[in-house]
Write a protein that binds this ligand. Structure first.
Ligand SMILES: NC(=O)c1ccc[n+]([C@@H]2O[C@H](COP(=O)([O-])OP(=O)(O)OC[C@H]3O[C@@H](n4cnc5c(N)ncnc54)[C@H](O)[C@@H]3O)[C@@H](O)[C@H]2O)c1
Length: 250
């Protein structure tokens, strides 16, 4: 549903509306010194940042980031850049959680059983967070003893229960209009079973959709060039050749 543009993971790409949507770096040599960081301006850094902005993250916020993939880690760094007091990242993959801890996040291992609010209370002394960012989307898995099983609505339902009343939920994680391979008929049509009434009762605000990258890429470029953020280290960027891409995906 993204307009039919083909992917960009090739040696050359055709850039639609290039006169409008490319970002010019001020100085080529300076840019090449930080190219690993600047590369992330094309997608995951603005996406993670947008998730935090739409979740209302600001100075002193407590934040839960669901998912420690590239987007989740970029969101965690973004929350720190926006002044969050405490950033908690949840995932089932220990290596990814270790990566989040490497730059100062608290983590929750979702392979372990137990109530999420209890786990948040151990870290914060409170059972809810100010801001919740879903960096997982419809490919979410169940937590605890069922981990590994598909559970497309699980992160959205956690958002309702773990975000404080009046809090905001940013949803950069992808949800689809159709998912033919889903386990049940409703999910095959993109319908998920959510406890929306809880969100209503708590007056939550939700924001989802594709990231408007150009809203953020220039200021985030400046944050990189002026040394305010080390996004490449945080998400563990490694340069590989195109030939090595299949290995990279594996
Ligand atoms: N809105 C946008 O413009 C935009 C841009 C880029 C990516 N995305 C979307 O963002 C999402 C994340 O992208 P990514 O590249 O980091 O994906 P990824 O698959 O690498 O990471 C997702 C992580 O979520 C974890 N996970 C699974 N179930 C979970 C649960 N219940 N709770 C917490 N963590 C759970 C997985 O173990 C995995 O580490 C995807 O849905 C992607 O399509 C959106």
């Amino acid at each position: 549903d993204m307009g039919g543009w083909v992917g960009g993971q090739t040696e050359y790409v055709m850039v639609p509306y290039a006169d409008f949507n490319l970002l010019k770096f001020p100085d080529a040599d300076q840019a090449m010194e930080k190219i690993k960081d600047l590369t992330l301006l094309s997608d995951i850094f603005p996406t993670g940042f947008h998730g935090c902005v739409t979740a209302g993250v600001g100075p002193g916020s407590t934040v839960y980031i669901a998912g420690a993939g590239p987007v989740g880690l970029a969101a965690a760094v973004s929350a720190q850049l926006l002044g969050a007091a405490c950033v908690i990242v949840g995932d089932m993959i220990e290596e990814r959680l270790a990566q989040a801890r490497s730059f100062g996040c608290e983590t929750i291992d979702l392979t372990q059983d137990g109530d999420m609010a209890d786990k948040i209370e151990v870290i914060l002394g409170e059972r809810e967070v100010d801001a919740f960012v879903d960096c997982v989307g419809f490919e979410a898995h169940a937590c605890g003893c069922n981990h590994g099983k598909e559970a497309p609505a699980t992160v959205l339902n956690s958002a309702m229960s773990l975000t404080r009343a009046g809090g905001q939920i940013g949803i950069p994680g992808l949800y689809v209009t159709e998912d033919p391979g889903a386990a049940d008929e409703a999910a095959q049509q993109g319908s998920l079973s959510m406890r929306f009434g809880l969100g209503w009762a708590k007056s939550h605000s939700l924001h989802t959709g594709q990231c408007p990258v150009m809203k953020y890429h220039r200021p985030l470029m400046q944050a990189i060039l002026f040394g305010k953020v080390n996004i490449a280290d945080a998400v563990n960027v490694q340069m590989i050749t195109l030939d090595e891409a299949p290995k990279g995906y594996a």
